[in-house]
Ligand binder design. Structure first.
Ligand SMILES: Cc1cc2nc3c(=O)[nH]c(=O)nc-3n(C[C@H](O)[C@H](O)[C@H](O)COP(=O)(O)O)c2cc1C
Length: 194
């Protein structure tokens, strides 16, 4: 754990290599997988309301057709939502951040705020944003442990990301993932916006 925390960095350039299905599966599990059936997960959740949903936008994942998929934590399975390589559209929706186009895949984290606000009222909104942080940190640490790199992207057009992915929930983070490049790349400097 200490090694992963120390090595965690936002990575925006990746080797031109596809991801294995097992790697993607492990990242999805880290984000929001079941750890104690039937519903307790890797990330804590206010009142165990579990408002988040995790999607995968797959471009180059071995054994997985390009498209968007919803992760079903209970079954540890993916269901296809939209077919085709959606990375160019996700890139456009994400203010043309190049890492979104070039990464072999992106995780997209969304939330159904109503699941938490129906219990906690307005305060539930902050609880949901906190949960985005928990799940995305899990992805960062799991990525680093697998020799992969990711970056938490929050600068995007909400409605466009939603439409591209075909998700019902509101998006909070787009997390491109690729094989880590260990040499320095100027792209790994903090991105300050277009
Ligand atoms: C709420 C939030 C939004 C962010 N949005 C973006 C983004 O849109 N694009 C990007 O390249 N990095 C984004 N980042 C990553 C930060 O630039 C990065 O965490 C910061 O430069 C510190 O670097 P480190 O993660 O390597 O420690 C975001 C980070 C956070 C926490």
């Amino acid at each position: 754990m200490e090694e992963a925390l120390r090595a965690r960095r936002s990575q925006r350039s990746y080797l031109p290599s596809p991801l294995a299905l097992e790697e993607v599966a492990q990242l999805l599990w880290a984000a929001y997988g079941i750890t104690k059936p039937p519903r307790y997960k890797t990330a804590p959740s206010a009142g165990a309301t579990y408002p988040l949903a995790v999607y995968l936008v797959s471009g180059e994942v071995e054994g997985l057709e390009p498209g968007s998929y919803k992760y079903l934590p209970e079954a540890h399975a993916l269901v296809m939502v939209r077919r085709g390589d959606l990375r160019p559209k996700l890139y456009e929706a994400s203010l043309r951040q190049p890492w979104v186009l070039r990464a072999p895949a992106s995780l997209v984290l969304g939330a159904d705020f109503g699941r938490t606000t129906s219990v906690y009222g307005k305060r539930g909104i902050r609880y949901v944003w906190m949960e985005f942080g928990h799940a995305s940190q899990n992805v960062y640490l799991q990525a680093v442990s697998l020799g992969l790199g990711t970056v938490a992207v929050a600068a995007f057009y909400d409605e466009e990301v939603k439409a591209v992915v075909g998700m019902e929930e509101d998006p909070g983070y787009v997390m491109p993932v690729g094989r880590a490049r260990h040499n320095y790349s100027p792209e790994d400097l903090p991105w300050e916006g277009p």
